[in-house]
Design a protein around this ligand. Structure first.
Ligand code: ZN
Length: 404
């Protein structure tokens, strides 16, 4: 039996408690009368809940605020080290772990190469890195609320079962249940793109007023849609598969089993593969020198670096990728008219020239007058955004406030 249970959104008490806690978290320091106004509860109701949270050591009185005539009101703040949340980003090339405290500050982070994509071995690596991170952080284990694991692929909502992960070659792996056998706290497995966009939004801006789409341009290509009340999953839980929109009939084979998907042409893996094939076919390119003649070593970064230096082959590969990504984004804009599209992932680190190419392609393909107010921006949260999102998913879904 887990010490912390899932947040029950139908429980008025849990909701009120969470709203009050989030209000204190956002404000950093706040008095009870202002909380009451913000969350729409009476002052006695706020007092009863805040007294309970103080007694549990979750919030504390940090000092006194300014008087508006009578007594100076007490200011409340969150106790940073009362609870911890662990986020794990399971990537094809590296596994990243963060430990986040109750004020949502990252207090520890670590990255290691992915040792194996075999389920048993990867589960061991996730378990070991999680326990090592908690030990290194020197926080008591009973203060860890849970671990949010961000995994690429289709994840069954609720059970955290990996239905299909093309990048890992996984079908029907009960990742959440398996990790629960090894770890003494809650485990939530979520799609990596969804974790990434949650990590980005929480770090860079407030909640969306209509719709935000985050697009992950990395080893694969995926996206997540966030609405004002949280992530949009779709009726089957598979929304956001922008990378598997087919843009080329009879195109390259894609890891999903189809041909001509955006991912099969424009992902980091596809960009490297295109260069490898062309150079093997004796097309001149400075990428050949960059990989020291070993074509297996070619990665997307080498192709981007060569493109920036004016290499013709690299430029044509990068332009083609940007064009197809732009096409996918134009489809998204025509369909959803989101307030913002946040581009994230390794490919966005290649610089403005690639982003500019993508934006140009978007305006070429999007319907005239559609999406006039859509902003396309680049994520700012860096390499740990997905792991941070994993930790946030635990904080948003587990009812740590009702524990004793
Ligand atoms: Zn595909």
């Amino acid at each position: 039996m887990d010490k912390f249970t899932k947040l029950d959104l139908n429980s008025i008490t849990s909701n009120n408690r969470m709203n009050i806690f989030n209000c204190i978290l956002e404000a950093k320091e706040i008095n009870r009368a202002v909380i009451a106004k913000k969350v729409g509860l009476s002052i006695p109701a706020v007092m009863s809940i805040t007294d309970d949270l103080i007694q549990k050591g979750i919030i504390y009185v940090i000092g006194k605020g300014k008087s508006s005539g009578g007594k100076r009101p007490e200011l409340l703040a969150v106790v940073p080290d009362r609870f911890f949340f662990v986020g794990v980003d399971v990537g094809r090339t590296s596994v990243r772990v963060v430990v986040m405290n109750n004020c949502r500050d990252v207090v520890y982070k670590v990255s290691k190469p992915t040792e194996s994509v075999e389920p048993d071995e990867l589960i061991n690596q996730i378990t070991e890195m999680t326990m090592e991170s908690i030990n290194e952080s020197k926080f008591p284990l009973d203060r860890v609320v849970g671990i949010g694991v961000a995994m690429p692929g289709l994840i069954e909502r609720g059970t955290g079962r990996v239905i299909f992960s093309p990048n890992f070659g996984w079908n029907n792996i009960a990742l959440q249940d398996e990790l629960k056998k090894h770890l003494p706290f809650n485990v939530l497995v979520e799609n990596a793109n969804r974790a990434l966009v949650i990590g980005e939004i929480k770090n860079t801006q407030p909640n969306p007023t209509s719709c935000i789409v985050g697009v992950n341009l990395g080893y694969g290509i995926g996206s997540a849609i966030v609405l004002p009340n949280g992530l949009y999953y779709g009726v089957s839980g598979t929304s956001g598969e922008i990378g598997h929109i087919i843009v080329e009939n009879h195109g390259s084979y894609c890891s999903c089993g189809n041909y001509g998907c955006i991912e099969s042409i424009a992902s980091g893996e596809a960009i490297a593969r295109e260069a490898r094939i062309a150079i093997a076919n004796k097309i001149q390119s400075s990428v050949f020198e960059k990989c020291e003649g070993d074509l297996k070593k070619i990665d997307a970064k080498m192709v981007f670096d060569a493109a920036k230096e004016g290499d013709h082959l690299a430029q044509s590969i990068v332009e083609k990728a940007a064009d197809y990504i732009g096409k996918g984004l134009a489809i998204t804009i025509n369909m959803l008219d989101p307030e913002q599209i946040i581009l994230c992932g390794g490919l966005t680190l290649s610089g403005d020239f690639f982003i500019d190419m993508i934006k140009k392609a978007v305006s070429k393909y999007q319907m005239r007058y559609a999406g006039g107010n859509v902003k396309i921006v680049v994520g700012k949260s860096g390499l740990y955004a997905t792991a941070i999102g994993g930790a946030w998913i635990v904080a948003n879904n587990i009812d740590f406030l009702s524990s004793n």
